[in-house]
Design a protein. Structure first.
Length: 274
């Protein structure tokens, strides 16, 4: 078996590809990560070098190969009810004021394996009762979305779920599925997952009342962040809310966003800002 070692020039090629395609800035310290994650594709195609694989991807890629590269080079980390203050704000300040009528729509815009989307779903079902709601979860990685659609998780990953929600919305696996947990079908029916490139949106998704884009902007440079935020604001209802991660900031990025609490912004177009 060949022991592949990526050159600096080859690394730059893939570094530029993932930036141009997805807006993700791979640091120079990610050389070993790129090497290890892409080596299997060289073996798959019986290639001798990363440059040969890059040429294959760029010039006449087999169907789905660019998506494979994207899946391998993107990082997906999430867990249930991450950053609890956001869910507390929804529970105490947002959802009690909702009067129904049209469906309450939420977009988990970098949903990874689905924990965020299902966390929101539990809260909406609990708080809104019979009022209609729906959630769209999206990610650039088709690999993680397959897991999200299943709604099946290892019990070691569910520590953040409140005990009451565990009993109402989660089914413990038995037999071959022992040690796993399945999100209740009632919730899964209201959550849709789809691939979506935040940097290069190909279709309209909204309008939404809430958009979650948390712990993703840290992977983008300032120009890409501004581009993505501009795209997301267009998908929000007036007075809709955008949630970002607590380690992130979009201060001054868009004139129609005002801070509600740290990392939560309201869309206030037409001179409504205080």
């Amino acid at each position: 078996m060949l022991d592949y070692k990526i050159t600096e020039e080859e690394f730059r090629s893939f570094q530029n590809f993932i930036y141009d395609h997805a807006g993700i800035k791979l640091s120079d310290q990610k050389t070993l990560l790129v090497n290890s994650r892409l080596a299997s594709r060289l073996r798959h195609y019986s290639l001798d070098s990363f440059s040969q694989y890059f040429d294959l991807v760029m010039e006449s890629p087999p169907q789905g190969e660019r998506q494979v590269v994207t899946d391998l080079l993107t990082t997906n980390e999430t867990y249930f009810f991450r950053e609890p203050k956001h869910f507390a704000h929804l529970e105490k300040e947002v959802l009690p004021k909702w009067r129904g009528g049209r469906p309450f729509r939420v977009w988990s815009a970098a949903s990874s394996t689905g924990e965020e989307a299902y966390s929101i779903a539990m809260l909406l079902d609990d708080m809104l009762g019979s009022m209609p709601w729906e959630i769209v979860g999206s990610d650039i990685s088709s690999r993680v979305l397959k897991k999200a659609q299943q709604g099946l998780y290892q019990q070691t990953r569910i520590d953040g779920i409140p005990r009451e929600y565990m009993s109402r919305y989660c089914l413990k696996g038995t037999g071959d599925y022992a040690g796993s947990l399945l999100i209740d079908k009632k919730l899964r029916q209201n959550v849709t997952f789809t691939t979506y490139n935040l940097k290069k949106p190909e279709r309209k998704m909204g309008p939404f009342h809430i958009i979650f884009l948390r712990n993703v902007l840290i992977y983008f440079d300032a120009e890409t962040t501004k581009q993505i935020i501009n795209n997301l604001v267009r998908e929000l209802h007036n007075d809709g809310l955008l949630f970002i991660g607590h380690s992130e900031s979009i201060k001054g990025v868009h004139r129609d966003l005002e801070a509600v609490i740290p990392t939560v912004y309201r869309k206030t177009p037409g001179g409504k800002r205080k």
